[in-house]
Write a protein that binds this ligand. Structure first.
Ligand code: GLN
Length: 426
């Protein structure tokens, strides 16, 4: 049977392949000498299935696509407060290699520009540069699902030509932002930029972020959801450098680019996308990479701020089983807004019933806010002289041992029987 997704992706790469705009990064010979025609696209689903098209097996250096991952590792290792003390989260609107710190705080404006990325390296624990680098490489590799190799030639060139980065590191040192020796930190930064990836590695790394820190391919939890949320936030606002606003508007996915030609884009909860094409625009973003992401987003509806039609409202049905006993069936993912709807409805209609049965057996997922709100519903009804009964066979709302278990049932019939018993006993 034909694979529609695969043929779609093949077609979209073919459509953009003719574009030859842009220029190779030329600050080191290794980047200036790559084949400009290279073009790979990989897409990982949230459950770890990867589609590949074009040159998905070409290895290139990760360069600045590394930045969100080292930032995530720093958050993971030393916590948000300690990281925030050294690196801001404000878009800079500046080029990636701008020699700058925030006017007021004197720390780098964000972790997606070189200044912030170098500061992030300095926050990674390790007794030596080798130990720091090992931690960084293992973290990226866990996200990619394979051990990423180091490009020694690129590393040597980065190190030999890195005056600008040295300027940044020494400036940071002068503001006491760096934890450690600037040259040692730079050495680790150059190595991190010189790790080799394919577009498929990037798609998998993106999917690990999309899955809130679990690599869907290996099943391994690499970091936690709070770290990922913060990382995606700065990718969204700062990931495409001074083109971040344009990118968010047109593509609407947290992303990061690198001068090696890679882009990683993440659709939270759903997808990781990796693209490779080494011809760059004036801002240092892959021309075909950006173009293909724009097309994917528009054609597949991937913009994360597309407002979905309220196709599935939280309330699936409501009916009276007998006089005074009303059943509310709710379904889907129950978050704050859905729980608010349920509470409001119960309040507005409370004159029409004595007992309400809330059937949550079809709820897929529920968050803490919604759980607290639904738990409060019982007390709210009781205060009004009524009773709430819950059908919650999977314990989505009421955890075992909670007092609400007395009014929690496995089936609607059981809840109805309890509601009737209460009515008669009144
Ligand atoms: N190694 C490059 C640098 O630090 C990475 C820059 C990038 O990919 N934007 O300048």
């Amino acid at each position: 049977m034909a694979d529609l997704v695969q043929s779609y992706l093949d077609r979209i790469v073919a459509e953009h392949a003719a574009t030859a705009e842009g220029a190779l990064a030329d600050y080191i010979p290794e980047l200036a000498g790559v084949d400009p025609r290279g073009f790979g696209l990989s897409l990982s689903s949230g459950d770890g299935y990867v589609y590949e098209t074009g040159d998905a097996d070409i290895e290139f250096t990760i360069q600045s696509v590394s930045k969100p991952f080292t930032y995530a590792l720093a958050l993971d290792q030393i916590g948000e407060a300690a990281v925030d003390a050294r690196i801001g989260v404000e878009p800079s609107g500046e080029a990636f290699n701008e020699i700058s710190v925030d006017d007021v705080t004197k720390v780098p404006k964000n972790p997606m520009i070189n200044a912030g990325a170098i500061a992030a390296v300095s926050l990674i624990p390790g007794a030596s540069p080798d130990a720091r680098f090992a931690l960084i490489r293992d973290f990226y590799s866990a996200c990619a699902g394979r051990q990423l190799p180091l490009d020694e030639a690129v590393y040597r060139s980065e190190k030999a030509t890195g005056s600008r980065n040295r300027a940044i590191a020494y400036m940071l040192d002068s503001f006491d932002v760096l934890d450690g020796d600037p040259d040692e930190i730079l050495d680790v930064y150059y190595r991190q930029c010189s790790l080799r990836v394919t577009s498929t590695d990037l798609a998998r790394m993106g999917a690990t972020l999309a899955r809130a820190g679990v690599n869907p391919f290996t099943g391994r939890r690499v970091t936690n959801a709070a770290v990922v949320r913060r990382t995606l936030s700065v990718m969204l606002t700062c990931g495409m450098y001074d083109a971040a606003g344009d990118w968010v508007s047109a593509v609407g996915m947290p992303a990061k680019s690198g001068v090696g030609g890679g882009i990683v884009a993440v659709l939270p909860g759903q997808l990781g996308i990796g693209v490779y094409s080494p011809l760059l625009d004036a801002k240092g973003n892959s021309v075909r990479g950006v173009a293909v992401c724009r097309s994917l987003s528009a054609q597949l509806g991937l913009h994360f701020l597309s407002v979905p039609l309220q196709a599935r409202s939280t309330l699936r049905a409501s009916y009276d089983v007998r006089d005074g006993v009303r059943v509310y069936e709710i379904h889907g993912d129950l978050l704050f807004a859905g729980a608010e709807q349920v509470l409001r409805m119960a309040r507005q209609q409370s004159g029409e019933f004595s007992a309400a049965i809330l059937d949550v057996s079809r709820v897929d997922d529920i968050n803490g806010a919604a759980r607290t709100m639904l738990a409060g519903l019982g007390a709210m009804l009781q205060a009004a002289g009524k009773r709430g009964f819950l059908v919650d066979p999977d314990g989505a709302v009421v955890s075992p041992g909670s007092p609400a278990q007395a009014v929690t049932f496995t089936t609607v019939d059981d809840a109805v029987a309890a509601a009737e018993a209460w009515l008669f006993g009144r």
